[in-house]
Design a binder for this molecule. Structure first.
Ligand code: SF4
Length: 582
């Protein structure tokens, strides 16, 4: 499987033509985030809007995918409908291994299909098929129908699809990957919708060889044992990321009711990890190539006839969607939270962005900035029925209000007022009201994600206000994460895949040059990504923090506005220094 070049399938939807291209640069770009940047450099149109037909939609995997456990992510890269800048989104599921077994390190899709279509590919075939019959269909039903129409390959096949939100052009539209995983944030669903692609089916229908001899087998066994026989991954295996809800509430770091509170000791017990597991958990799942299985799948049950007739649906839950569709909306019942997540899933909406947007809409309604004429339904913190209806209206862009809200909460706040209480840090916030460093880091992060750096974790351990030390932490932390996302390791495994372990894994597969240069490569790829981001219009000075964040109470006391502003100023300087010539 060791190749000194990248093998990338390039599909032009305008002509229907495709070809397999070889790219040099393995020893500089590694894969994942690095490969995506390399491909955007070649195919991206930095000076054209995201909606230009030539803009590429890129998928990229890494050199260890298929050879070691938890190398299970795929990086999607595109120019974002949310802010019209270069970005990445990451997803698990079966996609990474399906691409590996189809024989590709990456996929580039350019152009626009003449009508709504499905792109289907494997190691020896590629087809673009008409899919007009799927127009407007929700993401669940689309997956079900695609599995029926395109049978075979179960377990080796990955199905990506979008819902109504991606078809109607919302910047919050996600891409559903194999039902329980997502390219969630920054509008990947609308990038596919704009290309007239309702779904992509990837068949992992070939094989590849692994190194002979015992070195590889021994190293694999070592990694596998660390993953399964130590407590390093126990948290994810047991309650999953939902375990964090109680921890963060105890720490006064969990956003409640549009971030009006950071703790609610009475209500949290209804939606913490234990309650979800005790009451709602049906089963667990795992991304391909992962023995941990952190995917927790609960259920929603609905009565559709008075003679006790019910149907039920399975809904995967994680910390982030529970925060956004639960605590942010003041809900304390796990089934109600799953019901709202279920609507978001069907619509193909990013649950985090959607939940935070509805929390803002609730407060805007309370303050009289909008009325039920705009929201279409009464929205009250703690009232799940209204939120389910609102999620449907948001996901279909049901009126001018929801169409604008679906482009981003700040866009709606510009039109209706209420900017001060919009919980937006570059995009709708992640669920960590831990303090100043996290707010600065998410607002200025490459993906505006809590996983860009460990700022949320730093806040939980450091009460002192040392600007130099905090900014240095962010700067030192990012390259290691970029290295992992270039390998496409699940970031939950970051304690196992240390730089030393990654070097050993690369070495045993024959990537000696990569293995010997990891720290330098992490830094190089970090800078390359940021250069692309700036070249596509990112101006960190334009990213502001709404007033609500300056009034947050954390375990350290109230947020210190001066410290927060100093962190942002210094981090902006540091980012600029990385993209500007000496
Ligand atoms: S730990 Fe969870 S997210 Fe990570 S690879 Fe395993 S199942 Fe997927």
């Amino acid at each position: 499987m060791n190749r000194d070049h990248f093998r990338v399938l390039v599909v032009d939807l305008d002509t229907g033509q495709s070809q397999v291209e070889q790219f040099d640069g393995r020893d500089q770009a590694i894969g994942g985030s690095g490969l995506a940047a390399l491909l955007f450099e070649k195919y991206g149109r930095k000076d054209r809007p995201w909606s230009h037909a030539d803009q590429p939609f890129i998928l990229a995997i890494g050199p260890l995918t298929g050879a070691f456990p938890l190398m299970s992510k795929t990086v999607a890269a595109f120019k974002s409908p949310y802010h019209d800048q270069y970005t990445e989104s990451h997803a698990g599921g079966r996609l990474a291994l399906a691409l590996r077994f189809a024989g590709y390190d990456g996929l580039v899709v350019t152009g626009c299909a003449p009508g709504l279509s499905i792109l289907e590919l494997g190691s020896r075939h590629i087809r673009i098929r008409d899919a007009g019959y799927l127009r407007g269909m929700d993401a669940y039903a689309t997956g079900k129908l695609l599995r029926r129409i395109h049978p075979g390959g179960s377990g080796h096949r990955s199905i990506l699809r979008i819902g109504p939100a991606g078809e109607c052009g919302l910047a919050m539209a996600c891409i559903n990957v194999d039902t329980y995983r997502h390219f969630g944030r920054l509008g990947g669903g609308t990038v596919l919708g704009n290309k007239n692609i309702k779904g992509i089916i990837i068949q992992g229908d070939s094989g590849f060889s692994l190194p002979e001899g015992s070195d590889y087998q021994k190293l694999f066994a070592t990694v596998y044992e660390q993953v399964t026989a130590t407590n390093m991954m126990q948290k994810y295996h047991n309650l999953g990321t939902a375990a964090n809800l109680q921890v963060l509430d105890d720490l006064k770091a969990l956003p409640w009711r549009n971030l009006q509170q950071t703790s609610d000791p009475e209500t949290i017990t209804g939606v913490n990890g234990e309650t979800f597991a005790d009451k709602t958990l049906l089963r667990n799942g795992a991304c391909s190539g992962c023995p941990v299985g952190c995917i927790h799948i609960g259920y929603v049950r609905e009565k559709f006839h008075q003679d006790n007739r019910y149907f039920y649906r399975q809904v995967a839950y994680d910390y982030e969607p529970i925060f956004a569709c639960g605590t942010m909306l003041g809900l304390g019942n796990p089934f109600e939270v799953l019901g709202i997540m279920d609507e978001m899933e069907k619509m193909g909406l990013d649950a985090m962005s959607g939940g935070v947007a509805l929390a803002w809409a609730t407060e805007a309604l309370e303050q009289g900035l909008v009325s039920v004429r705009e929201t279409g339904v009464e929205l009250r913190f703690g009232d799940a029925a209204g939120y389910r209806q609102a999620a449907r209206m948001l996901g279909t862009g049901a009126n001018d209000f929801y169409t604008l809200l679906g482009q981003g909460t700040l866009r709606a706040a510009e039109a209706y007022g209420g900017r001060d209480f919009a919980c937006v840090l570059g995009q709708e916030m992640a669920g960590y009201a831990t303090g100043e460093l996290f707010f600065a880091a998410q607002s200025l992060g490459f993906r505006h994600s809590h996983l860009d750096t460990g700022g949320y974790s730093y806040d939980q351990k450091h009460a002192e206000k040392d600007v130099d030390r905090a900014v240095q932490f962010l700067l030192d932390d990012e390259p290691g994460r970029v290295l992992l996302t270039s390998m496409v390791a699940c970031l939950f495994a970051r304690s196992i895949y240390t730089e030393e372990m990654l070097a050993r894994c690369l070495d045993v597969l024959g990537y000696e040059t990569l293995a010997g240069n990891l720290p330098e490569l992490g830094e190089q790829i970090r800078c390359h990504r940021w250069r692309l981001r700036f070249a596509t219009g990112f101006r960190p000075e334009d990213v502001t923090i709404p007033k609500r964040f300056y009034r947050v109470q954390t375990w350290k006391g109230p947020v210190d506005p001066a410290y927060l502003d100093q962190l942002r100023t210094r981090y902006i300087e540091a980012l600029r220094a990385r993209v500007e010539p000496d």
